[in-house]
Design a protein around this ligand. Structure first.
Ligand code: SAM
Length: 341
């Protein structure tokens, strides 16, 4: 088992495969105002009682520990739907003040369904939010309503426009591509990106839907997505670091797309992220079978050293990667909205 190693004033969280944790995903709520078919059932899920959700002070304390002492450089807020958590901009403000040991501000990003973004984008930006991903799975109103079970395409596109207008650059648009639902729209999304300057990120459908209807034949692979767009707007691959998206740019210079091939070409070998669920469980992978209870530790009076030791234990046991599509794959007990995507 590997533990932490020292470097540059912080103790890096390094796992036994040599991967260093740099990115912390924090879910601020398990609730959502959408019911996307690849994520949640039509009637929602059993929500966590409020008392079980981490407070802003608890989230800030954990974030500070990871950034100031454990080598994390970026934080992404997610959910559920982060914008349904009251006073979210306050939390963004608290997190944006955190500095790395060499005095750099931590990067604060968010993933949202965008329905409330038109009203919130400026405040979020002013509070210190730097980057945003907005989920949009169809550009056709009826189909959008079918997939999300909410007739909200107009509000969401206004939200995307507001994010661009306030300078949350580059705005990324997450598209989960599901066979038979929306794979015929990938070129439309490419055109949307070329026209508006936002960057589409096509995500392969993962077995994290609460309904358990995922199957391999519903996955539209990254190669197929890239080929469909390349046939109309020629692409070339961009070299990229540890981020999960493989990136492609248009040969005519009109922007980029990202593709997240979690199923067909898992990028676990480069994974630099860990996750904190809304109720304070620490997970080293979306598909991890074990989680580590930070909330009980926090509320039981654990010191920062004790919390750091818990994080090091968890990261030390991080596995090589998920096994989607293999016979020994086991679905995690939580769905995507309960973990924080
Ligand atoms: N509510 C926010 C949103 O819609 O972006 C944030 C939370 S959502 C769980 C985060 C991302 O996970 C979204 O881009 C969503 O489309 C994606 N997602 C949810 N379920 C998924 C699944 N089964 N496979 C792949 N991506 C999924």
């Amino acid at each position: 088992m590997t533990t932490t190693e020292s470097r540059g004033g912080s103790r890096l969280l390094t796992d036994s495969y040599g991967r260093i944790v740099r990115d912390l995903r924090i879910s601020v709520t398990d609730r959502c105002n959408f019911r996307c078919g690849y994520c949640m059932p039509p009637d929602g899920l059993k929500w966590l009682p409020r008392a079980e959700i981490l407070t802003f002070e608890e989230i800030e304390r954990i974030a500070r520990l990871f950034v100031e002492r454990l080598g994390v450089e970026s934080i992404r807020l997610t959910g559920g739907e982060p914008t349904v958590r009251a006073d979210l901009t306050l939390l963004v403000g608290l997190l944006a003040k955190i500095r790395t040991p060499d005095h750099r501000p931590v990067e604060v990003a968010m993933t949202t369904n965008g329905a409330k973004l038109a009203r919130m984008a400026q405040d979020l930006r002013d509070a210190g939010l730097q980057r945003i991903n907005v989920s949009v799975d169809s550009l056709r109103r009826d189909r959008f309503a079918q997939i999300t079970r909410r007739d909200a395409l107009e509000e969401v596109l206004e939200g995307v426009g507001a994010a661009v207008a306030v300078g949350l650059h580059p705005v990324k648009v997450n598209v989960v591509v599901v066979r038979g639902w929306n794979e015929d729209e990938v070129v439309d999304f490419a055109e949307f990106g070329r026209r508006t300057g936002v960057q589409p990120r096509f995500i392969e459908f993962m077995p994290l839907d609460a309904d358990g209807t995922w199957s391999m034949d519903k996955v539209v692979g990254a190669d197929e997505i890239v080929a469909a767009i390349d046939a109309v707007y020629p692409l070339e691959e961009v070299e990229h670091g540890p981020e999960p998206a493989s990136r492609w740019r248009y040969k005519d210079g009109a922007g980029q797309i990202g593709v997240i091939p979690s199923v067909t070409k898992p990028f676990c070998g480069d994974c630099d992220r860990v996750r904190l669920t809304a109720e304070g469980s620490f997970m080293t992978c979306l598909f991890a079978r074990d989680d580590y209870d930070f909330r009980t530790a926090l509320r039981g009076g654990a010191s920062d050293d004790e919390l750091a030791a818990l994080a090091a234990t968890a990261v030390g046991l991080k596995w090589a990667g998920h096994r989607i599509g293999k016979v020994d794959f086991v679905r995690p007990r939580r769905s995507m909205s309960q973990i924080g995507g």
